[in-house]
Design a protein around this ligand. Structure first.
Ligand SMILES: Nc1ncnc2c1ncn2[C@@H]1O[C@H](COP(=O)(O)OP(=O)(O)OP(=O)(O)O)[C@@H](O)[C@H]1O
Length: 405
């Protein structure tokens, strides 16, 4: 069926009182962003609905992209017909016919926003219902739990019909909760944490630590490609790559093995906090889940958090690994995350890190370092890459590699 528009219903927005307008504006601009390469598509964000006029664009493609936009409760592809009963009935019959296989019962649900139109809501429901019963005698009407709802919306510029309601991504429009810095490794958990933060309206920047030559170009490309996956939910993301080699080498040289992990993590957090301050981030997100590995005990969090007063938000803190993996699969980051490119933490991980580090000791060991100098040099080396939705980095690497062979 050639649809004319997609009618979008807002999610939690309706509960947001006086912020409503800015939420709707933001959702409108987020939808515009994900459809930017389809210039024929026009978007109009009204108080209660958002209308995406397709003007000939492929509805399947638009539907697939809308499914990823946070702040949408659900949406319906609709067809516009002339403002007559005959045109409405003909199109409704065509829609029902397409779904006959799975439909035994139906109802008509009319909404009339143009009160000048001569047929009112009840009359349209009844007349159209009778017309469809006559056209499809095998069907019956069920107003409580119908298999199919034929929705008719009478507007000043036409009558819009739809029969499908597609589930949206829920959540809040990205950007309505401010900016956060996500500490993104190449693992399974931090991309999921990023996704969950975005779902609550956070516009996320990625902070990734890498340690060449100990970590490969592929490890960096993997983190960038994970960012591309996440950008499908939020539009373009700034990826901040922070050189971490000097810090890791120095920590390894000066700090006892049991505290290597703790001191490295304190340095990572300090750097992320410094970047947040510079770039107006309001909080730091990471992929820690309580009790999973050595650095993720509460004692360890206490010894690491010490370096900043910024809120540290851990969206996956209470999830089991299997639950995190399930989300990673759903958002299509899992297969990338399990690629075996080591990141900087695995390489410098001591065989037996302290699971319950002591805060005072961590401070003492750290005082052996020139924290200021190390921080400054790392910050001076930060490179920012703009990553677009679905952008691939690993494939390019593989191609380059293939060319060398
Ligand atoms: N190289 C890195 N760059 C940026 N952040 C990192 C890096 N390594 C670890 N982190 C952050 O620290 C958190 C804890 O890392 P750790 O390696 O202990 O846990 P993990 O459960 O393996 O997490 P993940 O699956 O996200 O790597 C990560 O979720 C991530 O937020």
């Amino acid at each position: 069926m050639q649809y004319s528009e997609i009618m979008v219903r807002y999610g939690e927005l309706s509960t947001k009182g006086k912020n409503r307008k800015s939420f709707i504006d933001r959702l409108g601009s987020n939808v515009r962003k994900v459809l930017h390469d389809l210039p024929e598509v026009k978007i109009q964000a009204n108080r209660d609905r958002l209308h995406v006029s397709l003007n000939g664009a492929d509805s399947d493609q638009v539907v697939d992209r809308l499914k990823l936009v946070f702040g949408i409760q659900n949406f319906s592809p609709s067809v516009k017909v002339d403002r007559t009963f005959e045109a409405t009935a003909e199109m409704a019959a065509q829609m029902v016919k397409e779904q006959l296989g799975t439909t035994k019962t139906f109802k008509v649900n009319t909404r009339r926003s143009d009160h000048q139109f001569p047929i009112d809501t009840n009359e349209m429901n009844t007349r159209l219902g009778e017309y469809l019963l006559e056209a499809f005698p095998e069907l019956s009407v069920d107003v409580h739990q119908p298999d199919l709802v034929v929705r008719v919306e009478i507007r000043a510029n036409g009558i819009f019909l739809s029969s499908q309601t597609i589930q949206g991504a829920g959540g809040l429009p990205v950007g309505t909760s401010g900016k956060g810095m996500l500490m993104l490794s190449g693992g399974i958990d931090s991309p999921v944490a990023g996704y969950l933060g975005m779902k609550r309206g956070v516009s996320m920047e990625m902070v990734h630590f890498f340690s060449p030559p100990y970590t490969s170009e592929q490890a960096l490309a993997k983190a960038q490609e994970l960012t591309g996956k996440l950008a499908r939910y939020s539009g373009t993301i700034q990826f901040l790559q922070v050189p971490f080699t000097e810090i890791q080498e120095t920590v390894k040289e000066k700090v006892p093995e049991g505290y290597l992990m703790t001191v490295q993590r304190r340095m990572m957090l300090r750097l992320t906090a410094a970047l947040a301050l510079k770039r107006h981030g309001l909080a730091i997100f990471n992929g820690e889940s309580l009790g999973q590995v050595a650095s993720q005990t509460m004692e360890s969090m206490l010894a690491i958090n010490d370096v900043t007063t910024l809120p540290i938000l851990r969206p996956v803190v209470s999830l089991d690994k299997t639950e995190i993996i399930k989300i990673a699969e759903d958002i299509d980051t899992y297969q990338l995350s399990i690629l075996p490119f080591e990141d900087c933490c695995t390489i410098f991980a001591p065989p037996s890190p302290k699971t319950k580090p002591n805060l005072e000791r961590a401070r003492v060991y750290e005082s052996r370092l020139d924290v200021e100098g190390l921080m400054q040099r790392a910050l001076d080396g930060v490179k920012i890459v703009e990553v677009h939705a679905g952008e691939e980095f690993l494939n390019q690497e593989a191609d380059a590699f293939a060319e060398l062979l």
